[in-house]
Design a protein around this ligand. Structure first.
Ligand SMILES: Nc1ncnc2c1ncn2[C@@H]1O[C@H](COP(=O)(O)OP(=O)(O)O)[C@@H](O)[C@H]1O
Ligand SMILES: [Mg+2]
Length: 262
């Protein structure tokens, strides 16, 4: 079982879309995939037709004393091969707690230990705030994907995320592979083209080979409640995520450890 997290301290950069699209592509290849919604807003949960405002059992329960077994929190989805560990809006309360409270940072990591037999991949979706659940995501994963929108303001956000990582990684016992994924690229705009150039100059080999283009099919797939590859496998955006996945699966060894490069 491999655990990948998708995180960036900025909202609207394509985190949830990255989780949903990669989950769909992995499931299509026959992998057993668990997607975990660590964002109190619950976009990932809603994507799979569940309501984070009224859900009975969620990631929230893992953080309570006498947490139920993680298996009891898993939901099947309408997509073959994809299970969901949903978010609840009650998780916003967790985010108000101080970062690094003793023991709270490893809750998700520990819960996942019981699922090794059941899943091949676990994809963690994070909120855009550095709080308890993002800390959990970073502690639980072996590979981190950082989607970054190809626009000037987003680059600042990436710098901030990079600094945050530097701080958090001091507490990890294992090295972390991390890759920057440029998203919402529009080659017709100067802002996109120049931003991508800056991202590559700043982050070099830590940037994915694939660049995710802006593609309205993602919104359509979401409205249809389908994973993008199920909605339209030939969409440009899906093809780009397919390339990204090929790099993650076949050239995994070449993805640098973040510690070595900051
Ligand atoms: N490559 C893309 N092209 C066009 N729209 C996209 C793309 N990626 C995501 N979106 C859309 O942008 C919005 C925000 O994306 P989302 O994945 O929810 O971001 P985040 O999880 O980082 O907040 C959603 O409506 C989503 O459908
Ligand atoms: Mg999201």
């Amino acid at each position: 079982m491999q655990v990948w997290a998708v995180a960036n301290q900025k909202g609207g950069v394509g985190k949830t879309t990255t989780v949903v699209t990669l989950a769909g592509l992995l499931a299509q290849q026959g992998a057993r995939v668990l997607v975990v919604d660590l964002d109190p807003h619950g976009s990932l949960t809603a994507y799979f037709g569940q309501d984070p405002d009224s859900i009975a059992a969620s990631v929230y329960d893992l953080f309570q004393t006498q947490a139920p077994p993680v298996e009891s929190l898993l939901l099947a989805t309408s997509e073959a091969g994809i299970s969901l560990l949903p978010a609840s809006n009650r998780m916003a309360a967790l985010e108000r707690q101080a970062v690094g409270l003793a023991g709270l940072g490893l809750v998700v990591h520990k819960a996942l230990q019981g699922l090794h037999e059941q899943f091949d991949y676990v994809l963690l979706d994070s909120p855009p705030v550095l709080g308890v659940t993002m800390v959990n995501a970073l502690a639980a994963c072996e590979l981190l994907l950082m989607p970054v929108q190809t626009e000037f303001l987003a680059i600042k956000g990436l710098m901030r995320m990079s600094n945050t990582l530097g701080l958090l990684l001091r507490n990890r016992s294992k090295p972390l592979q991390a890759i920057v994924v440029p998203t919402m690229y529009d080659r017709r705009t100067k802002s996109s083209v120049q931003s991508l150039r800056i991202i590559r100059a700043e982050f070099g080999e830590r940037v994915a080979n694939a660049v995710i283009p802006i593609d309205t099919q993602f919104r359509n797939a979401s409205a249809a409640g389908q994973v993008p590859s199920g909605y339209n496998h030939l969409a440009r955006g899906v093809q780009a995520y397919d390339l990204l996945l090929a790099q993650l699966l076949r050239k995994r060894q070449q993805i640098p450890h973040w510690e070595d490069s900051v």
